[in-house]
Design a protein around this ligand. Sequence first.
Ligand SMILES: [Zn+2]
Ligand SMILES: [Zn+2]
Length: 431
Amino acid sequence: MNKLFSLPMLGQGTADVESLSSYVLRLAYEHGVSAGTLLSSFFEASGQGGRAARPGLGGRTGIETLSRVNAFSKRLRVQLSEAVGQDLFCWPLHFLDKQVYQISTDIGGFRWCPECFAEMSQVGAPRYIKQLWHMAAVIHCPLHRTPLVGTCPNCGSEQVFMHVDTCIGWCGKCGHSLAERAKTLTADDIQPSWACMAHDLLDVFSKAARAGQSETSFGSCKMFVADLLNEFTESMKSDDSMPPDLKLLMAEYARNQHRFWRLITMRRLAYLLNVSLYDLLSSNYRAIQLPYKPSTLKELPTQIKPHKKVVRNHKQEYQKLVAIIETQPIPPSLKRLARLANVSVGYMEYRFPSLVRQVVEKSQAYQKREQLTRRYRAQAAALQFFTAERYSDHTRSRKEAYRVLKEETGLPKWVLKNAIQTAYGALQVGS
Ligand SMILES: [Zn+2]
Ligand SMILES: [Zn+2]
């Protein structure tokens, strides 16, 4: 197998451990190729050239696949570890994956703390994306208590590029530094430490950061929670003071005893029972002695409170949707319709599949027509530029054509450039 540069995974063994997606992009940058090229040649060299063996790794999906826990990312960690001679294992992710249900649904794409990026550069360290920043529940940097961001301050692009020649910390589209913010922060943007709701996850990341620190057997957490709740309900039998949030959670538990629990449920439970999420997940019988009775009972804070289900009259919603579609000057896309009607795309797809199909078809047909019209317009304008008398003062170069026609038509760049190239080519051949 090809040997790769021995690049260490940053923050390894700490709560700030780097994500695999960040690592792969940095590794590719060090080799002077794109992440796509690096992985393709890596797979080929290790005899896994076939596409079927691995998921598509383009754009957002690629970043998410690498940042989550799945068979592919697990295998890649092992194989890359061998090839670079570094430990690329992520213990906090391993821990969460073992103890909660479908942890990957709580993990998203690239977000970052500009202040952290600035500090990394100040001390001459490479910028990287921490795994913790991928956790959907973490919306503020635990160090700076400032909001994490997901778009470039200059061009607004999300960082979803696997084929880039900038390194992490600079925009993959425009190259601007991501250590800046689009808007200067005000005091209101800085979260007070007591309100920073993700401290429970930070705690899990710090405590589970090292190998073997929190080896618990598969499913033990489920049993622990069952013990805890059973004893707890016993002790509450004569007590009517159980807060409604806890009652709801107990009811949910009763329905789902056989199943693994999602992260959000475990976070709520830990909060309501006044125990740390880490202790709960790691079945820490020493920290939480049974039978357990919390000294204070409280309600959930808004950040982790379950949303009330919106009750909808589906017939009315349908009529509303139809009315909106009729009044739109151009056929709306599904997303736009959802926004206008204040419902989710998922709701429409689930409730009104045939209406959704019509909306999508009409919108796509309209877009297609628009695209064709634009192409015709661009083609006509480009031919005119090179042949018509009224442009005779201009140098008849493609660059000049683009400058003038961009100004005159306002058509998108690639449409114009293609048309100009075609017209130019045709006339060269003709002359
Ligand atoms: Zn920070
Ligand atoms: Zn940018």
